[in-house]
Ligand binder design. Structure first.
Ligand SMILES: Nc1ncnc2c1ncn2[C@@H]1O[C@H](COP(=O)(O)OP(=O)(O)OP(=O)(O)O)[C@@H](O)[C@H]1O
Ligand SMILES: [Mg+2]
Length: 323
């Protein structure tokens, strides 16, 4: 009998099992019709043939990705695979050299970053991007800055329209703070909170405007298992509540398997697989990307009969963990 496989990702976080057993996932929220935030096929986001290089360094090339309303779509891959660059291109921070990004009914060669809020797009960053000296409440409120309609003059003069808007924004922020369990720390400077709570504040800032498309770049990085479980619950609840399309970059494959409806795998800037979590974890190319196996070896690893045949699951603890 061959030694059982424990798939580990190589690189920064190393030694994490790639492919734990399946877990039930809630069905995607069906897309209601007629929204300007979705195209006719119900997709909120379509990426077509998107390519980006920095000089001679290819960040990613010819990427296709489609995410529907209510879908949590994980983007995974080893360090440097191009995951963050893809989100940065989808949000207009980077200018791709080729391809299109379609958000709802609008198609762009480069998404206008200044219109993200109007397009119903919000994101979090791989490295926290909070106003550390401001309170949790003000950080969450910052997620509504682009939605502010009242001009500066109206705000300074305290005109009724500006006051109404400020009240509505405060109520929206309080609601998100409550849902994310941040009420007890709402007045504290964000920078004084433990890291896991700061990640939660950033999620709150992204959620407060009610985005149709939410892009989360490693929202659980550096968290304890308990914090990850909580964050998983918050993300799922946000999806269930809003029906937003969610792109989730995550290295913890256990989280990916439990939380996502579909998974796209990048390796060295190329899309090597897209499918359900179960399909992707059985894909020899994915296994090879994580283990650095040659093609033939990866085929053997994906073959249920080759790992002892317990349940057709290639993820078993064993000697390969040390690889
Ligand atoms: N602003 C930039 N300037 C130059 N090269 C960049 C820039 N951003 C990313 N790259 C390069 O593009 C490639 C993809 O990087 P990216 O950060 O997108 O990977 P990633 O999949 O998010 O990795 P990680 O899991 O480590 O976060 C890498 O080779 C990286 O060095
Ligand atoms: Mg990244």
């Amino acid at each position: 009998m061959q030694p059982a496989l424990r798939l580990v990702r190589t690189g920064r976080d190393g030694n994490r099992p790639l492919l734990p057993g399946p877990a039930p996932r809630p069905a995607a929220v069906p897309a209601p019709g007629g929204s300007p935030h979705r195209d006719r096929a119900g997709r909120v986001l379509s990426v077509e043939g998107l390519s980006l290089a920095f000089g001679g360094t290819v960040a990613f090339a010819e990427i296709d990705l489609a995410v529907g309303a209510g879908e949590i779509h994980a983007v995974i891959g080893p360090n440097g695979a191009g995951k963050s660059s893809l989100i940065n291109a989808i949000t207009g921070l980077y200018a791709p050299q080729a391809g299109r990004v379609r958000i709802g009914a609008e198609s762009f060669a480069r998404v206008p970053a200044g219109r993200l809020a109007a397009l119903g797009v919000a994101r979090t960053f791989q490295n926290l991007a909070l106003f550390t000296g401001l309170s949790v409440r003000d950080n969450v409120l910052a997620g509504l800055a682009a939605a502010r309609r009242a001009g500066l003059g109206a705000q300074i003069l305290g005109l009724p329209s500006a006051r109404r808007e400020a009240r509505a924004h405060r109520a929206a922020a309080e609601a998100v703070i409550g849902r994310l369990g941040l009420a007890a720390v709402a007045d504290r400077p964000a920078g004084s909170l433990p890291y896991g709570l700061q990640k939660r504040v950033e999620l709150g800032r992204a959620l407060v405007a009610g985005p149709r498309l939410l892009l989360l770049d490693e929202p659980m990085a550096g968290m304890t298992a308990t914090e990850k479980a909580e964050m998983t619950g918050f993300i799922r609840a946000a999806r269930d509540r809003s029906g937003a399309a969610i792109v989730l970059i995550e290295h913890d494959i256990g989280v990916v398997m439990r939380l996502s409806d579909r998974v796209t795998v990048l390796d060295h800037g190329r899309r090597i697989a897209t499918g359900t979590p179960a399909e992707v974890r059985a894909d020899p190319a994915v296994i090879a990307a994580y283990l650095g196996l040659a093609d033939g070896e990866a085929d053997a690893a994906a073959d249920p009969a080759a790992d002892g045949g317990a349940d057709g699951d290639v993820a078993e603890d064993g000697d390969a963990a040390a690889a």
